[in-house]
Design a binder for this molecule. Structure first.
Ligand code: FAD
Length: 233
């Protein structure tokens, strides 16, 4: 199996609706992002199932066109026990994803059966990267796009490539704050700070540094950055 590849991190900037007045957060918290699936992944599904997309299916939220359900509501990669049950799959290699199961010969699920086997699309968390003191009303995320090969074809992480590649300037994105219980700056600005951020773990530490700078903190700061693989990172 090919190793996951994280493209060099990109920073996505967001203007918060209403200046972010209704978002109460501290650095160290994360932003939950509601992703939209990749249109080419959605388009690949009718190619293997023969269903074209306007079929109506029932979701927990109500009726929807199959294509729109696949684009915004359903996880197109994770196979769960529910998938196996709904699609009557008995044995499969453990790392098979949804598209691999749909490609099985002689498997032509009806639209509702197809949807019943998929779990809801999950939000993903991204560490808040700027200090609100230096960037009021803005959010920045530091995102490594997840890309890898599986069973001979290119695969991509749903949310990281949504943020890194598919979002056009001016797009609206659904977000929420995920509070962190313990991951915050010390209140005492004279204390020294040692920060270790491998790969995208650098994201919250960027905010820590900005915040210390904005506060005029006198304590020394050490930041260690690392990546996992010498050959590809
Ligand atoms: C508190 C918190 C903060 C975070 N902050 C950041 C951040 O600041 N920046 C950041 O980039 N990320 C961050 N993450 C990670 C982020 O939430 C996502 O998990 C990450 O971006 C991948 O999401 P995705 O939707 O792109 O990938 P997904 O669609 O979720 O795909 C990832 C999945 O792909 C599969 N996969 C990956 N490689 C392979 C392979 N080689 N073979 C087979 N299957 C494979 C695995 O099942 C893996 O779980 C954070 C996570 C948490 C919990």
């Amino acid at each position: 199996m090919a190793r996951s590849r994280q493209n060099p991190s990109t920073i996505s900037s967001f203007l918060l609706a209403g200046g972010g007045a209704d978002l109460d957060y501290a650095i160290g918290d994360a932003l939950g992002v509601l992703p939209v699936n990749a249109p080419d992944e959605v388009a690949a599904i009718p190619e293997v199932t023969g269903l074209k997309g306007p079929e109506t299916v029932q979701l927990k939220t109500g009726p929807a066109a199959l294509r729109s359900a696949l684009l915004t509501w359903l996880d197109l990669s994770t196979v769960t026990p529910k998938t196996l049950e709904a699609w009557a799959v008995e044995a499969r290699p453990e790392d098979m994803q949804v598209i691999d199961l749909l490609r099985r010969p002689d498997f032509t699920p009806e639209a509702q059966v197809q949807v019943d086997g998929l779990r809801p699309l999950q939000p993903r968390l991204y560490s808040i990267s700027p200090s609100p003191k230096t960037h009021p009303g803005e959010e920045h995320l530091t995102v490594g796009e997840v890309r890898y090969q599986l069973f001979g074809s290119d695969r991509q992480g749903g949310a990281s490539t949504y943020l890194g590649e598919r979002l056009a300037p001016g797009s609206m994105v659904g977000v929420y704050i995920q509070r962190s219980a313990h991951f915050h700056l010390p209140e005492d600005d004279t204390r020294p700070l040692i920060m270790i951020g491998p790969g995208t773990g650098i994201a919250p530490l960027r905010a820590f540094l900005e915040e210390r700078d904005a506060r005029g903190a006198e304590g020394p700061n050490w930041l260690f950055f690392g990546d996992q693989h010498e050959a590809c990172d």
